[in-house]
Design a protein around this ligand. Sequence first.
Ligand SMILES: Nc1ncnc2c1ncn2[C@@H]1O[C@H](COP(=O)(O)OP(=O)(O)OP(=O)(O)O)[C@@H](O)[C@H]1O
Length: 314
Amino acid sequence: MIQAHELTKRYGDKTAVDRVSFTVEPGTVTGFLGPNGAGKSTTMRMIVGLDRPTSGTVTVNGKPYAAHRAPLHEVGVLLDAKAVHTGRSAYNHLRALAATHGIATSRVEEVIEMTGLQTVARKRVGGFSLGMGQRLGIAAAMLGDPRTLILDEPVNGLDPEGVKWVRTMVRYLAGEGRTVFLSSHLMSEMAQTADHLLVIGRGRIIASGPVRDIVDATREVSVRVRSPRAGELSELLAGQGVSLVATEPGLMEVSGRTAEEIGELAAGAGIALHELTPLRASLEDAYMSLTHDEVEFRTEHASASVGTPEGAVR
Ligand SMILES: Nc1ncnc2c1ncn2[C@@H]1O[C@H](COP(=O)(O)OP(=O)(O)OP(=O)(O)O)[C@@H](O)[C@H]1O
């Protein structure tokens, strides 16, 4: 479990992390989601004692990271997958890490197998692809069989197979009861991987909770209605606090009423419907609307908001 209380980090005038409080529970994958520069890495570095908080506290499994006698058994960390001595083989890198932390060599073989590195384990890390480097980083994080895993952007730059592998791996580890905390700037990725989300923007938590709740809370629902008697239906709906846009003859988008309510109303008036489709903002739209004011550097561009049919979530 990770518990942060009023965690704050300032660099000069810049507040990178601003009074952040949260709990990351065991047995779940918690996604730490935010645009570039939002404060994800700084928060993670403070959790593992690499940055000292300006104020506030953070504990892992009940104690500050530095207070653990065998931290590698408590917390596995992937912060920068490229921070490996590139002349060494993956096997030697892991063996050196294990030796300095009193971990048996047999565990090195285990994590190599767990991360699918068997065929490249004796090769120089310098020649590794990004995906292999990420696997090695996760192998190193798993070396101490830790109860808590912290992974900073573990899928960054991976191909679809690598992304899927990380996703399956972290879900499996959480299923074993471990605490898994991973960061990303991609909502679509987090929505498929995480159970809970912690959304951060400009150093502040702007949303937290189960993935579904966050998406539901930020989405704007409208309903696409097609009817040969659309004119009559729109008169019926008018004056009921709904907003209604006729997109083409016989077709309209209605906000302020659910599909069920519109269907009942139409049936009551004997009006046939040829289509009744709930529309919702995509996950990316929900994320954009959450973080819109929190992005450090924004490219200004006009973009039409296009609803997607329910179920066709991107
Ligand atoms: N050592 C430092 N000195 C000064 N400013 C820093 C330092 N480290 C981070 N920052 C600033 O703090 C803010 C948060 O950075 P951080 O790296 O934590 O964000 P992030 O969410 O991890 O972003 P990214 O996805 O780009 O890595 C940024 O504005 C960054 O420029």
